[in-house]
Design a protein around this ligand. Structure first.
Ligand SMILES: Cc1cc2nc3c(=O)[nH]c(=O)nc-3n(C[C@H](O)[C@H](O)[C@H](O)COP(=O)(O)OP(=O)(O)OC[C@H]3O[C@@H](n4cnc5c(N)ncnc54)[C@H](O)[C@@H]3O)c2cc1C
Length: 413
């Protein structure tokens, strides 16, 4: 490892791999740092297919998708520090200094620009206020997936799943295939959180019931989990007294949401969005802190890895361009209008390329036959008809903003 790089990419999942490739292709010297022993991020444990349809036109498994980018990275002159944790980062006169920790000890590297690609982490049972002791047998879905798919262990005989997000649905099927009895998936909201295809393929095909407007309120057991208490919830998602039901089980899999991992970003003073919980960025995925870029799930939680790779490529190329020739930014706001909850980017730099700006969005509900519009100064810049809109699916739209001189709004009409 050298002491100084043009671009340091933190996190070796699909976002970080793409960012490293793009920065290297643009002529930058690149360091890619990953705390795990192998590059690939969460994809390593996602053995189901469904990855890469947009990018490759075929359905790959997570490990297959990751391997394609790993091969490209190893064919290029990119320094990869695996088994290395980025403990800290700070701004210096010449850029940034990172503190790295690995088996060889703690050391420092300098970089002119950073790409944050640290992914996200799962919310835990304690974060959704489940009462009870702390018996073994309560796992986040990602942890259960790691045990089954990477370590070859079977953590469950009789399981309850809390949360109908995609990871919970995938684990309901996975545990069933591994011989466990999955009693049901319990979801506090009145509608499922996961993609319709995952409800069909992971629950319906295996006869696993989905209980909407229900939650888990208590665990029983001190050594190993013995049972959980489930309750119906009202429209404010509060448990309804008198609806409690105790379900004997040895495993509770909690799949109640992902939180972008941004401790390092916060330490570097990067401003975060209270809505996505990731950095506020412009169309180059440049955060509001000059020289720091962000991509993938640390920017905003993604359902499709193809979009993660796409914005990883964008962030890597933009970081290399910044190192070559930094420019003064002229930022205007992007507003998430009617029907839109999250929007990336949240700013447009009028001094950066504007011809092909990609927006990644999530809707606030399920709709049919809507128009997704990008507008500025009373003019509609682009409009797209959408047959079906679902909050579980990222909406993507590309717009030519060359004529824009003021704030932009994206809305569902
Ligand atoms: C269970 C599951 C199922 C999915 N199923 C599908 C699917 O079927 N189809 C699809 O297209 N998409 C799917 N996705 C979504 C997609 O795979 C993810 O959105 C994508 O992999 C996220 O990539 P990332 O690079 O942002 O994050 P990650 O893959 O999480 O990578 C982040 C990396 O950063 C590293 N890191 C973090 N902090 C540090 C630090 N301080 N120092 C060093 N390294 C650090 C982590 O170790 C990790 O390797 C799924 C996601 C999950 C979780």
């Amino acid at each position: 490892m050298r002491e100084r790089y043009d671009v340091a990419v933190i996190g070796g999942g699909p976002a970080g791999l793409a960012a490293a490739l793009a920065a290297d292709e643009a002529g930058a010297s690149v360091l890619l740092v990953e705390r795990e022993a192998q590059l690939g991020g969460i994809l390593k444990q996602c053995v189901h297919d469904g990855f890469g349809l947009t990018r490759y036109g075929e359905m790959l498994t997570g490990p297959e998708y990751a391997q394609l980018d790993r091969d490209r990275v190893s064919a290029r002159d990119i320094s990869c520090a695996t088994g290395t944790f980025v403990l800290d980062g700070m701004r210096t006169d010449q850029g940034f200094e990172l503190t790295l920790s690995n088996r060889a000890g703690v050391h420092h590297v300098a970089a002119n620009a950073l790409v944050l690609a640290t992914g996200c982490r799962e919310r835990t049972a304690k974060q959704v206020f489940i009462h009870g002791d702390r018996p073994s047998g309560v796992f986040t879905a990602g942890c259960a997936q790691n045990l089954v798919n990477l370590q070859g262990l079977q953590p469950a005989r009789r399981a309850v799943i809390l949360g109908s997000g995609d990871i919970g649905l995938i684990m309901a099927r996975r545990l069933t295939l591994e011989g466990a009895e999955v009693i049901g998936v319990y979801e506090a909201k009145p509608t499922p959180s996961g993609l319709p295809r995952n409800i069909a393929q992971c629950l319906d095909d295996f006869g696993i019931p989905l209980h909407l407007s229900h939650t888990v309120t208590r665990t029983f057991g001190t050594g190993r989990l013995e049972a959980v208490e489930v309750c119906r919830v009202d429209e404010h998602m509060q448990p309804i007294a008198g609806t409690e039901q105790v379900i004997p089980c040895d495993t509770l899999v909690v799949s109640v949401g992902l939180i972008p991992e941004n401790e390092l970003a916060e330490r570097l003073g990067v401003e975060l969005s209270p809505i996505t919980r990731g950095p506020l960025v412009d169309q180059c995925l440049h955060t509001l802190t000059p020289g720091i870029f962000a991509a993938g799930n640390c920017l905003s939680v993604n359902d499709l890895v193809d979009y993660v790779s796409e914005n990883g490529f964008g962030a890597g190329a933009a970081a290399a361009a910044y190192v070559r020739a930094p420019h003064e930014r002229r930022l205007v706001q992007v507003t998430a209008g009617t029907g839109i909850v999250t929007c990336v980017p949240q700013r447009i730099d009028l001094n950066a390329p504007l011809e092909r700006v990609t927006f990644y969005l999530r809707s606030d509900g399920t709709y049919r036959d809507r128009r997704l519009a990008v507008e500025s100064g009373g003019t509609t810049l682009i409009e797209k008809h959408l047959r079906a809109v679902n909050p579980a699916e990222t909406l993507r739209i590309e717009a030519d903003l060359s004529s824009v001189t003021q704030d932009v709004e994206v809305r569902l009409l």
